[in-house]
Write a protein that binds this ligand. Structure first.
Ligand code: FAD
Length: 210
């Protein structure tokens, strides 16, 4: 029994063909050269992979969860870096769809849908990942500004993303602790440094950001 409609079946086949034709033949070379897969990211944009969680009204082509899973499987079959490059992006797109203001949706979703800007989520810190409540990054109001202090690590695509959904404490004294945690939308600019790319096997799109 197939869970996918005809369009979704075609999409999965398109991704499968892309992986077999374009990625598989040279993936080891790209992995060992530690290159950013610019060409493949462009091809993923053309296929529409970055808009799979964005509503049509914002320029996306949303698909069912089984279809999304199969697209992810196909990308990861070729190279885990490619599934990583769209995974965090899709989480942030979904976050905006569910919880964003109209202004945030209008500003980001159309460009996320095409992949013109790619998004990343920044949760993990050098002090640990699973226990998010123990994070030390803070965002404090200073007039109209929000001053963010802290460091994150293992942030997939940090260097190349145009939008970072940053998890931080807006009320470090809150009890329970998770009540004082917020997601802040951050763009690259003065004060944000991506310090280095982490050497990892099969997932060379992770960076450190602080
Ligand atoms: C390739 C890659 C890409 C990543 N991309 C991102 C990203 O884009 N954004 C981001 O924010 N993070 C990213 N991460 C970080 C990832 O989310 C963290 O590695 C993960 O949350 C685990 O955190 P940790 O490595 O600090 O391990 P720890 O939290 O220190 O855990 C270590 C071990 O202890 C276990 N453990 C922890 N707490 C408990 C408990 N209470 N009870 C029992 N066992 C426990 C864990 O299961 C694990 O086996 C990435 C990691 C990798 C490897």
């Amino acid at each position: 029994m197939s869970y996918l409609n005809d369009e979704e079946t075609f999409l999965v086949k398109t991704v499968r063909d892309f992986i077999d034709r374009e990625v598989k033949p040279s993936v080891q070379e790209v992995e060992h050269a530690n290159e950013y897969p610019e060409k493949w990211i462009e091809q993923m944009k053309q296929i529409g992979i970055y808009g799979l969680a964005v509503p049509e009204e914002y320029g996306g082509s949303p698909v069912s969860m089984p279809c999304y899973v199969q697209v992810t499987e196909e990308l990861a079959r070729g190279w885990m870096s490619l599934s990583g490059a769209m995974g965090g992006h899709t989480v942030v797109a979904k976050l905006l769809v569910l919880f964003g203001t109209e202004e945030q949706k209008a500003k980001y979703l159309p460009r996320l849908a095409t992949g013109e800007i790619r998004a990343t989520m920044a949760l993990t810190e050098p002090g640990g990942g699973s226990d998010l409540q123990a994070m030390t990054t803070t965002a404090k109001r200073d007039g109209d500004d929000l001053v963010i202090s802290g460091a994150k690590t293992w942030i997939t695509n940090a260097r190349r993303s145009g939008l970072i959904a940053l998890l931080c404490k807006t009320d470090p004294t809150a009890t329970p602790r998770h009540k004082g945690i917020s997601v802040v939308l951050v763009e690259h600019g003065p004060g944000l440094t991506v310090s280095r790319d982490l050497p990892s096997s099969g997932t060379r799109v992770s960076s450190r950001v602080s």
